[in-house]
Design a binder for this molecule. Structure first.
Ligand code: NAD
Length: 507
């Protein structure tokens, strides 16, 4: 059991995973428990030599290793073993994820870990269907031909993931990239590498050929460019902030390659006067305070129709005050700590800006003062009323437990407010009138719009943002196909095998 393991005085150490082996490095780094600020593990850190070795291993796996010749059925078997390996160790992984990322254990137990296993299971069971080759017959007045459209892996794919859903987002990317047959280099956030390094053990036990999956911790600042600009890498799949996304686009422009970007958000919830108020309040509490608000799709802008504004705000604030803060490993905890001191400082600064810009602070806004919260990076659930589009707290991604509530008087105004944003990741509409809600959903500039709910992600459905929230999809058939390249093999079928082009010069 991981908990028992950590109670021991010896702090565990996690090496890198390259070419099918665990590899030590000279550079190490501490990993912190955000609930207590204490060191819980050390990890190896890759420098230039290890980055080069990981790229070479992945390249060899895809160019000349056994992995490239695996049948789809063999790929499926390996991916199913990974899914089962996660389920076999679900409780242990949930504890580890909570310990490292500060996510309440109820969330990691019921969401993160089972969802990670389910994603491997889904893509294993659907890869043959989604990757099936297509045959197209062409019969024009000039020529007849048959085309085989073949889905090939991109090649060497670098997966870069953030700290807010460490195992889950890594599993989304890994499951799809493996199902498509790529060789992979996965880089977790250096704040939250532990669950992914445990996953490396599961991958090794599943018996994947050496180099098919490599997992490296590395500082993005110093090693990101070497990893992303290398000409031996065919694709980068990135999830993280807009600022780092832009840097990666610069690196990859040096050697043109496929890139997908899942970036930040400032999602809007629109609550119409005919909404089920209790359901909307409860759903939106979850939509902004789950995972301490550290969600790319957090509904941080809540737009409420004027006539129900006061009722909504009163209920929302009363319930926000009742959310139970505590250490992530406690099953009673509803809100854990923020990820780091730096993240808490950023949230605190935004609250300060909100106050000076005229936002009405309705609850929270600070660091809880009780003794039990002294060591960790805790922050109170915070609600601003009368937020306006001019305020920074309303425009910029805070990535913390800060809800900004604003009112509107017409549906047109609500849509304009929702769309007045550089991001376009997600939105939600709350109304009992299905057609009104769907019409509003159509005009909202966001990749996902939830109606009367929040955060429903399905392995079957593509997910991804518009505008500054990025491009490309994760999950669903469209997500899997991002990790493939489409080859068109065209065979002449002209009667007598004498197409016009072969006789163009009359010879
Ligand atoms: P981040 O951009 O700081 O880091 C993300 C990853 O990039 C980490 O692994 C980090 O080490 C790496 N990195 C940092 N600098 C790099 C560089 N120069 N080159 C290459 N890699 C580099 O993001 P974060 O703070 O870990 O996560 C929070 C952000 O992620 C928020 O903006 C959030 O909205 C976004 N996010 C988006 C989605 C989505 O699906 N759209 C999901 C989760 C999080």
């Amino acid at each position: 059991m991981v908990i028992g393991y950590f109670i021991k005085t010896m702090i565990p150490h996690y090496p890198l995973f390259i070419n099918g082996e665990f590899k030590e490095t000279s550079k190490k780094q501490d990993v912190i428990n955000p609930s207590t600020g204490e060191v819980i593990a050390t990890v190896s850190i890759a420098e230039a030599g290890e980055i080069d070795y990981a790229i070479k291993s992945a390249r060899d796996a895809i160019d000349c290793g056994p992995w490239r010749n695996f049948t789809l059925a063999e790929r499926k078997d390996f991916i199913l073993k990974i899914s089962q390996g996660i389920l076999d160790r679900a409780a242990e992984l949930a504890s580890l994820e909570s310990l490292n990322a500060g996510k309440p254990i109820k969330e990691t137990t019921f969401m993160d870990i089972p969802s990670a296993a389910a994603t491997f299971d889904y893509f294993a069971n659907n890869l043959e269907k989604y990757l099936a080759k297509e045959n197209v017959e062409i019969n024009s007045s000039i020529a007849s031909a048959q085309s085989n459209l073949v889905r090939e892996p991109q090649g060497v794919v670098v997966l870069i993931v953030p700290w807010n859903y460490p195992l889950l987002i890594a599993s989304w990317k890994l499951a799809q990239a493996l199902a498509a047959g790529n060789a992979i280099i996965l880089k977790p956030s250096s704040l939250t590498p532990l669950s992914v390094l445990e996953l490396a053990k599961i991958i090794k036990e599943a018996g994947l050929p050496a180099g098919a999956v490599n997992i490296i911790n590395a500082s993005g600042d110093t090693m990101g460019e070497a990893l992303c600009s290398d000409s031996r890498v065919d694709m980068i799949s990135f999830t993280g902030s807009n600022a780092v996304g832009r840097k990666i686009l610069e690196y990859t422009s040096k050697n043109v390659k496929k890139v997908t970007m899942e970036l930040g958000g400032k999602s809007a919830a629109i609550v119409l006067k005919d909404a089920d108020l209790e359901s909307a309040v409860n759903g939106l509490l979850c939509a902004i305070f789950l995972n301490q608000g550290q969600m790319c799709t957090a509904m941080s802008r809540i737009l409420v129709e004027e006539s129900i504004y006061d009722d909504f705000v009163n209920d929302f604030v009363a319930k926000a005050k009742r959310i139970k803060l505590g250490p992530a490993l406690n099953f009673e905890t509803q809100m854990g700590p923020l990820m780091s001191e730096a993240q808490r400082k950023k949230v605190l600064e935004y609250v300060g800006k909100g106050k000076t810009e005229g936002g009405r602070l309705l609850c929270g806004g600070g660091i809880p003062q009780q003794e039990e919260f002294k060591k960790g990076f805790f922050f109170e659930p915070t609600v601003f009323g009368d937020a306006s589009p001019k305020m920074k707290i309303f425009k910029e991604e805070i990535f913390g437990p800060v809800a900004c509530i604003s009112k509107f008087s017409s549906i047109e105004e609500a849509a304009a407010l929702a769309n007045d944003c550089v991001f376009g990741l997600a939105a939600s509409v709350w109304s009992k009138d299905g057609s009104k809600a769907k019409n509003l959903a159509k005009v909202i500039n966001a990749g996902t719009v939830w109606v009367n709910t929040y955060g429903m992600f399905f392995n079957e459905l593509p997910y991804g943002g518009f505008k500054q929230s990025g491009f490309g999809k994760e999950l669903g058939k469209e997500g899997l196909l991002e990790y493939t390249r489409l080859k068109n093999i065209v065979t002449d079928k002209t009667e007598g095998s004498k197409p016009l082009v072969n006789y163009w010069y009359g010879f």
